[in-house]
Design a protein around this ligand. Structure first.
Ligand SMILES: C[S@@+](CC[C@H](N)C(=O)[O-])C[C@H]1O[C@@H](n2cnc3c(N)ncnc32)[C@H](O)[C@@H]1O
Length: 274
């Protein structure tokens, strides 16, 4: 499950706003609608393993649950209409306004408590954080973002020492950050589900390790697989055995280029997937 918690500082907490004035009278509800779109929409499909929590003025939460969502369309106005309808249902208890949309009164500390109870791992997205490349995104992550404004002093107090992750040195839109996070997590999932592919063969482990180190310098992980066929004709003669260097499919072309440049020889052709 991927979770996004968006702290909205000015967004309307009552339904008396005009759907034609989302950036103004509705307190930048347009930012939240775009963030909802980025969280859920694929081309002609919805991501079901996503939950979005909007915290409005640290008082009201609207929770959108991907696996139950209905009536969500890509345009901001109809998304805002769903949020407006949710605000009409705000009461003492949590209410379901439409399938997959729940509204209740809450605050940031309670949202964080719920995340811990669900064994989610909250991380803050912030320009001044640890670069995402040096951070291993935990399983069951919950990304906390602000809206068009920075986190408030109260937010900062509640968020305390949670890890802060940066997506680069530019301030991005909330929705852009969500798209980047999905991209990174999709890529990770793909890497985990795909077999490594053969990139190069050598006949000495020392040389294979040299190439592995070289690829590491370019941040390309690889595996070394020694092939000693169980035949009567051993391939490991005088300590020599075929060592295959395997990489992720998405690194294959670059890895071959690096090896070819370094050794000034042609790497083997074709991906030869196993
Ligand atoms: C539009 S930015 C906030 C605006 C900015 N603080 C300002 O006042 O100019 C919206 C949110 O997206 C996230 N964000 C934006 N740029 C980011 C970056 N480079 N790295 C990580 N998160 C970022 C943060 O959660 C941020 O609060």
């Amino acid at each position: 499950m991927r979770r996004f918690v968006i702290l909205a500082h000015k967004a309307a907490i009552s339904p008396e706003f005009n759907l034609s004035d989302l950036p103004g009278g509705a307190g930048r509800l347009d930012v939240l609608c775009r963030a909802i779109g980025a969280s859920f929409f694929l081309s002609h499909d919805l991501r079901r393993d996503v939950e979005v929590t909007l915290l409005l003025q640290n008082q009201v939460q609207i929770r959108l649950v991907g696996e139950q969502l209905r009536h969500l369309n890509p345009d901001e106005r109809s998304t805002a209409a769903l949020l407006k309808h949710a605000l009409e249902k705000l009461g003492e208890e949590e209410a379901r306004s439409t399938p997959g949309i729940f509204i209740s009164q809450t605050s940031l500390p309670s949202i964080l408590d719920r995340l811990w109870q669900l064994q989610a791992h909250p991380v803050i997205l912030h320009k001044q954080g640890i670069p995402i490349d040096s951070f291993s995104i935990p399983s069951n992550p919950a990304f906390i973002l602000s809206d068009h404004l920075d986190f408030s002093a109260d937010d900062e107090k509640a968020l305390g020492a949670l890890p802060r992750i940066s997506l680069g040195s530019q301030w991005l839109h909330t929705s852009q950050c969500i798209t980047i996070v999905h991209y990174l997590l999709d890529r990770r999932q793909q890497d985990e589900s795909e077999d490594l592919v053969l990139c190069h063969k050598v006949w000495a482990e020392a040389q294979a390790k040299l190439i592995q180190g070289l690829l590491e310098d370019f941040r390309i992980p690889s595996n070394l697989v020694t092939q000693v066929p169980p035949s009567v004709l051993p391939m490991a003669i005088n300590g020599l055995a075929e060592v295959q260097i395997k990489v992720r499919l998405r690194d294959l072309a670059r890895a071959k280029e690096i090896i070819a440049d370094y050794f000034q020889e042609e790497p083997i052709s074709g991906s030869m997937r196993e």
